[in-house]
Design a protein around this ligand. Structure first.
Ligand SMILES: Nc1ncnc2c1ncn2[C@@H]1O[C@H](COP(=O)(O)OP(=O)(O)OP(=O)(O)O)[C@@H](O)[C@H]1O
Length: 343
């Protein structure tokens, strides 16, 4: 079922409604959008649910946009729809990341690795260079065909392109009301609510004297929208400056603005570089670990209304191709609260 109709129900009316929905061949529970990351889906008992607000936080440059955008891509690759509000990146920048991501996915799908076991699918830089150089009049397909995996990426994007919507949002004009209008428009056009990504929460222009007031209004507005439209909304959240400067591991209470962030959210995910948060004993006795851990990101499920919380998962970075590897595990090493490296 999507969206809220009326607030008051008797259990009898609910039973009748569920029966009616079942007889139409539909599912009466929430719509589950798998994240495409098996370890995360297992923790979230299936994935992200309609009506849920998911907060995604972490220090700058740790991959929040990359993960959020990959969640949107995975939703459409699995047959769903997604809508990305990007206050930080132009649509073309996201498109370049997407082309590289799909080139790499196609290489992996085909098992196309060179003799060193390293794939040579076009990275984001190559895609950007090709776009900036132009094609001298040749078509996009011809341009992309000159890049490893580019032709396959183009075919994949053409396949799901109608279901992935990118909104170049503005800190001046893309208000909560505008976000709400666009989400409804896309839901109507696509015939079902999309997975929504907001990158990022504190950029939504909202009246209010303090940052706490503005952030509270933003999370409450997004949570209401998620419930009304029946969409999962993933909102990236910036960290408090003090949290970043003090050299400790970032947690939910370090998200910028207010404690209401944690109350309103159904799921809170925090990204950290593994090398920053692993306990010191794993570093001092094996220096090789420092380099290995730099390649991994820890995704902490700090709040989870539908399953276990305080779960620490890890995923390998592949930022050159604008993505994380989707195969991940629970972290085996002991993690700390204080960061080892503060740079
Ligand atoms: N083409 C690329 N090749 C390699 N690394 C890249 C490339 N583009 C971006 N990166 C790196 O990928 C990382 C993740 O970028 P992303 O935009 O996802 O981070 P973020 O957490 O959203 O950052 P911010 O908080 O600054 O918006 C960054 O450290 C960035 O330097």
């Amino acid at each position: 079922m999507t969206g809220r109709t009326q607030p008051l129900h008797s259990v009898s009316s609910l039973l009748a409604e569920v029966d009616h929905v079942l007889q139409r061949g539909l599912a009466p529970g929430a719509t589950v959008h798998p994240t495409g990351f098996d370890a995360l889906d297992a923790t979230l008992t299936g994935g992200l649910r309609s009506g849920e607000l998911v907060l995604l936080g972490g220090p700058a440059g740790n991959g929040k946009t990359t993960l959020g955008f990959q969640l949107a891509r995975n939703a459409v690759a699995a047959g769903g729809t997604a809508l990305v509000f990007s206050y930080e990146h132009e649509a073309h920048t996201l498109l370049e990341r997407l082309i590289s991501m799909e080139a790499m996915e196609s290489f992996e799908g085909a098992g196309a690795m060179d003799s060193f076991g390293i794939s040579t699918a076009a990275d984001v830089h190559s895609v950007r260079r090709a776009m900036e150089a132009g094609s001298g009049g040749a078509s996009l397909d011809e341009l992309l065909s000159s890049l490893p995996g580019g032709r396959e990426a183009h075919a994949t994007l053409t396949g799901y392109g109608d279901r992935l919507h990118l909104h170049e949002s503005s800190g001046a004009t893309t208000t909560l009301e505008e976000v709400s209008r666009v989400v409804r428009e896309v839901a109507t056009c696509d015939g079902r609510p999309p997975l929504v990504l907001v990158d990022y929460l504190q950029k939504i222009p909202i009246a209010g004297t303090t940052e706490d007031e503005r952030t509270t209004a933003a999370v409450e507005g997004l949570k209401d929208l998620a419930l009304e439209v029946g969409a999962p909304i993933v909102a990236i959240s910036a960290a408090d400056k003090e949290a970043l400067a003090s050299g400790h591991r970032m947690r939910t209470h370090d998200l910028r603005g207010t404690s209401s962030l944690a109350y309103e959210a159904d799921v809170v995910l925090i990204l950290s570089d593994k090398v920053d948060v692993v306990s010191r004993e794993h570093l001092v006795y094996d220096l090789g670990n420092v380099q290995r851990f730099r390649d991994w990101t820890v995704l902490s499920v700090e709040k989870n209304r539908h399953g276990r919380s305080h779960v620490e998962l890890e995923f390998a970075k592949d930022f050159e191709h604008g993505r994380f590897h989707t195969r991940g595990n629970e972290v085996k090493e002991r993690l700390i609260d204080e960061r080892v490296f503060t740079t």
